[in-house]
Design a binder for this molecule. Structure first.
Ligand SMILES: C[S@@+](CC[C@H](N)C(=O)[O-])C[C@H]1O[C@@H](n2cnc3c(N)ncnc32)[C@H](O)[C@@H]1O
Length: 222
């Protein structure tokens, strides 16, 4: 089963509120997005799925809101919930590792998507795309399973991160300005440790050079 079929089958067979990553209120994400963009500019939620974050971003009056996901079924759930307000959102169906270009944005948010990229080539494509998409001075908010978090989600292997490994993975243009950890409780009350980093995209000219420093989580643990 490929990625697209895998995620569609999850959203076809499970209720949106029964998936392990479900949050009734995406408070951590909303707090970090609002801190990153107090003027409420343009935001993309990558792998947003059926999350309620989009509802909150529309309600908060963000200038432009885009939700991208590999599963069109996930996005249909979100659109149905939003009703006519869905027209205020740009919806993109696609694999983030296969997309060539996205519209420039102020904030790129990802909760629990990057950590599924276990192939370094996929991570490279992802990082290249976010670097091309964010405006300089814009922010990447990334939430992944923490170092003591689960090894798998939805039957898929994940990579787990902390500030050091995620910073190395993203490279020198992403400057960590805020980090936080929290425990998410799944709908069956299982605790899962998450790490969230808020990174500012630096101009190429002032990003520190990393020389021969390791770039990937694998390099760091080697
Ligand atoms: C664990 S869920 C998290 C959903 C949402 N971010 C949240 O916090 O509720 C992972 C989401 O990423 C999507 N996804 C997985 N791999 C993807 C990829 N390569 N490109 C785009 N979306 C992807 C899945 O369809 C799913 O909606």
């Amino acid at each position: 089963m490929d990625r697209h079929e895998h995620w569609n089958s999850i959203y076809q067979t499970k209720a949106v509120s029964d998936v392990s990553w479900f949050e009734s209120e995406p408070n951590t994400s909303l707090t970090l997005i609002t801190a990153a963009s107090p003027k409420r500019g343009s935001v993309i939620d990558v792998g947003g799925g059926a999350s309620r974050l989009v509802d909150r971003l529309v309600a908060a009056g963000f200038e432009s809101v885009t939700v991208l996901d590999i599963s069109e079924i996930a996005l249909e759930h979100a659109k149905a919930r939003l009703g006519v307000q869905a027209n205020q959102v740009r919806w993109i169906v696609g694999d983030i590792c296969q997309i060539a270009e996205l519209s420039r944005c102020d904030v790129w948010h990802d909760r629990a998507v990057f950590h599924f990229l276990t192939d370094p080539h996929d991570r490279r494509k992802y990082v290249d795309l976010v670097t091309r998409t964010l405006r300089v001075g814009g922010h990447l908010i990334m939430g992944t399973f923490a170092i003591d978090g689960p090894l798998k989600c939805s039957g898929q292997d994940v990579c787990r991160y902390d500030a050091r490994t995620l910073s190395h993975e993203l490279g020198p243009r992403f400057n960590l300005v805020r980090e936080l950890s929290y425990t998410h409780l799944t709908p069956t009350s299982k605790p899962q440790s998450y790490f969230f980093g808020l990174f500012e995209l630096l101009p190429q000219s002032i990003a520190p050079t990393i020389g021969s420093a390791p770039r990937t989580a694998e390099d760091l643990s080697a």
